[in-house]
Ligand binder design. Structure first.
Ligand SMILES: Cc1cc2nc3c(=O)[nH]c(=O)nc-3n(C[C@H](O)[C@H](O)[C@H](O)COP(=O)(O)O)c2cc1C
Length: 292
């Protein structure tokens, strides 16, 4: 296994609020960032809005990949160029979001249903971003069937994608339990024919992540939900002595609170970090806590 493989925090729209990002930065829990999606339809965001969106990530001085999502090739290309002008080091196109509202409009995971159009989008973004920028696609293994990625990945590579983030489930599989993760991801790496593939989906420990990289020959791992439940998990890939479990959760939550997270957000984040059944979360449900 390549000892320098990349460990990425999975983007989490709604969770990665500024105070969350600042707390992660303060504790140095990640080595790179990918933002949650900036979704565009028929008009592009102004630079001011993009700068505001990127500010917490850029404050880390780490490399920031801006994730974009939409269906209009010209607007997406414009957004990519603006994100780069505002300080992003790379661009990622979201082709994985399984939300019905997003997919029904052809964005996120819905983009996998129309490979011709998706290739046009990739070409426009590549042209706008320039040759030197790392432009990646984050996708499910297919819309309905994982075999879809076998033709999609090479086509997207030809169109100008230079790295892939693959969540092994298909869009229609949502977050359901699905077997065959390793085999699907191994096939994704093979289909990418030498381009970097970062594997994603249900990775919950350093051992599991390293084993998956070894078995698939991927170039790294991306971890989202387990990062919330175990905030030092990504750091333990580099430093085995970093805090784990409850110690890490308590330390992270204390740091979050120091960034003045508001009542409702605090409760929501506590639920994700400690779990809905935890004594911490139940204690926080008291009105005393909420009214703080
Ligand atoms: C609350 C939440 C928000 C998410 N938002 C995004 C997003 O903005 N962009 C994206 O590409 N994926 C998003 N995802 C998907 C994750 O990045 C990741 O691909 C998925 O959860 C599988 O990885 P995991 O099993 O490690 O959580 C989100 C997931 C969750 C749970």
């Amino acid at each position: 296994m390549n000892p320098t493989f990349e460990v990425w925090p999975g983007p989490m729209e709604g969770v990665s609020r500024p105070e969350f990002v600042y707390a992660v930065n303060q504790l140095k829990l990640v080595r790179r960032w990918m933002t949650p999606f900036l979704r565009v339809s028929d008009t592009c965001f102004k630079e001011k809005k993009i700068k505001e969106f990127l500010a917490p990530y850029l404050a880390s001085s780490l490399e920031v990949t801006a994730q974009i999502m939409g269906t209009n090739p010209r607007i997406l290309a414009e957004l990519a160029a603006r994100c780069l002008a505002c300080g992003a080091a790379g661009i990622n196109l979201n082709c994985g979001c399984p939300s019905k509202r997003v997919v029904s409009g052809g964005a996120g995971g819905g983009a996998l249903k129309d490979p011709d159009k998706l290739c046009r989008i990739v070409k426009e973004i590549r042209a706008a971003a320039g040759e030197k920028i790392r432009f990646s696609v984050k996708m499910r293994s297919g819309y309905k069937a994982p075999e879809e990625m076998l033709s999609l990945i090479p086509r997207l590579a030809d169109a100008g994608t230079d790295a892939f983030f693959i969540h092994y489930r298909t869009v229609t599989e949502q977050y359901l339990p699905v077997s065959g993760r390793t085999e699907r991801l191994r096939q994704a790496v093979r289909a990418a024919a030498g381009l970097p593939v970062v594997v994603n989906g249900d990775i919950a420990s350093v051992e599991e992540g390293k084993c998956l990289v070894e078995e698939t020959q991927a170039s790294g791992v991306m971890i989202a939900r387990a990062f919330m439940r175990d905030p030092f998990l990504l750091e333990r890939f580099e430093d085995p002595d970093a805090p784990c479990g409850e110690t890490g959760r308590q330390l992270f939550f204390k740091t979050l609170e120091s960034h003045r997270v508001s009542g409702g957000n605090r409760l929501e984040l506590a639920k994700m970090i400690f779990g809905a059944q935890s004594t911490e979360f139940r204690r926080m449900l008291t009105s005393e806590f909420i009214s703080k």
